[in-house]
Design a protein around this ligand. Sequence first.
Ligand code: GDP
Ligand code: MG
Length: 192
Amino acid sequence: MGQEQQDGEEYLFKIVLIGDSAVGKSNLLSRFARNEFDSNSKATIGVEFQTQAVEIDGKEVKAQIWDTAGQERFRAVTSAYYRGAVGALVVYDITRRSSFDSVKRWLDELSKINPQWYNHAVHCDTAVARMLVGNKCDLENIRDVSTEEGKSLAEEEGLFFMETSALDATNVQTAFEIVIREIHNNISRKVL
Ligand code: GDP
Ligand code: MG
């Protein structure tokens, strides 16, 4: 959770997945962390996270990626879920416009985070690294939100943008890695 480990060479970053129910958050995480896809995935109640190590510029950084695991169905994502997050993937489903319309509401919730990153010596307040993710891009034939719309919303809000498919693995690795790299850069800039 944004804590420094050992001698400052290794970090653990908290990243949250947010977005409407059924946009594919859990599958993006299982694709990224275990290279798995589950076509029958059911929303379970509670908060879960996965820790994933990524090498950036020869350094191992660990991302602790949190999945809402169903809380969002009740629009009741707790503040504990967001606390300490330094990165976020805000996910919508390119085949479901209502999930795209919800993005602003998720960004509002996220902006209530006080973005802080602590270690013993340094207190940094960097911006939360945010990526807008249009998932299910394998379903081009029933697309309901154009790539351009996604791009321009991302530009307006100052977010990275990527269309992904958890099903066929398109851009999943890249989306997480861009966020992790940005966090790493933010923190390195502050620390050095
Ligand atoms: P969550 O509620 O946001 O965690 O969404 P899930 O990961 O549980 O996925 C919801 C449904 O969408 C499931 O039936 C998944 O199989 C399906 N799904 C998730 N990602 C994709 C994708 O990239 N492409 C397609 N075609 N289906 C997906
Ligand atoms: Mg889920």
